[in-house]
Design a protein around this ligand. Structure first.
Ligand SMILES: *Cc1c(COP(=O)(O)O)cnc(C)c1O
Length: 219
C-alpha cells in the first residue's frame, strides 16, 4: 500500500470534525510530499530540529504540529511557524512559548498534555496541576499563547478497555475545561493503534504515523 492509499483509507474512516495529523517524524520529504499531493496539509513532528528542516524544505502551506516533548531552549527555533504545540506540560514551558511568540508578534495555539496512562514514563499534567495552571494569575497574563484544548496518550497495551477508560477520563477533563476557558475546541487523542477507540470516546484530532507512512526505523 502506498502512502496515498493509506491516507485515503484512513480519511474515509474519519468522521466529520476529526482532524488528521499525519505524523511524519523520521520520514523523508518524499513521503511527506506524497501525502501532500494527496491533499494532506497537517503534519506532526516530535523533534524541533527535524521539523524546522522540513519546514524550510517543503511547501509553506503545510501546518506543522509539534507533538513531542519540548525542551524550553528549543522553542525559539519553531516559534515563527509552528501551528500547534500539543505537548505543553509545565508553566515554565508555557511562559517560554509566550516569550518567543511575542518576538514574532504571534499568538501560538497550545494543547496541555494530560497524563492519563498507567506508565509513569509518559509526560503530562494531572488534574490538580491542570487546574493550578489555568487558575494562576501568571497564566492569565500570557497574551501570546492560547490554550485550545488537551492532548493525551493512553497506556501502550492490548487491553482496549483500559485504553477506552483512559480516553474517557481525558474527555471528561476536556468537557470540564470548556466550562472554564473560551476557545477550547481540540481534544488530541488517538494514534495508529487506538484512534478508532479515541474517536468513539470523543477525540477531535488524531495523530497517525505508522498507519500512513509505514513502520519507523527505530523502536
Ligand atoms: C509518534 C507519535 C504518534 C504516532 O504514532 P503511530 O503509532 O505511528 O501512529 C502520535 N503521537 C505522538 C505524541 C507520537 O510521538
Amino acid at each position: 500500500m502506498s502512502v496515498k492509499d493509506n491516507l485515503t483509507n484512513i480519511k474515509s474512516e474519519l468522521p466529520e470534525g476529526v482532524t488528521l495529523v499525519a505524523v511524519s517524524k523520521t520520514k523523508p520529504n518524499k513521503d511527506i510530499m506524497e501525502a501532500y499531493e494527496a491533499g494532506q496539509r497537517v503534519f506532526g513532528e516530535n523533534k524541533v530540529q527535524e521539523m524546522v528542516q522540513k519546514w524550510e524544505d517543503l511547501p509553506k502551506d503545510i501546518e506543522w504540529h509539534m507533538i513531542g516533548h519540548v525542551q524550553r531552549n528549543k522553542v525559539k527555533y519553531m516559534a515563527e511557524f509552528v501551528s500547534l504545540i500539543h505537548g505543553v506540560d509545565s508553566p515554565r514551558l508555557l511562559k517560554e512559548i509566550n516569550k518567543q511568540a511575542k518576538k514574532h508578534d504571534r499568538v501560538i495555539p497550545c494543547l496541555l498534555q494530560i497524563h492519563i496512562a498507567e506508565e509513569d514514563t509518559k509526560f503530562g499534567l494531572d488534574k490538580a496541576e491542570l487546574h493550578e495552571l489555568i487558575d494562576s494569575e501568571e497564566f492569565k497574563a500570557l497574551e501570546h499563547i492560547k490554550i485550545v484544548g488537551l492532548m493525551g496518550m493512553a497506556t501502550f497495551t492490548d487491553d482496549m478497555n483500559q485504553v477506552r477508560r483512559e480516553f474517557a477520563q481525558l474527555k471528561s477533563m476536556y468537557d470540564d475545561l470548556k466550562t472554564k476557558l473560551t476557545d477550547i475546541n481540540i481534544l488530541s487523542m488517538g494514534m495508529s493503534g487506538d484512534y478508532t477507540v479515541a474517536i468513539e470516546e470523543g477525540s477531535t484530532m488524531v495523530r497517525i504515523g505508522s498507519s500512513i507512512f509505514g513502520a519507523r526505523n527505530y523502536a
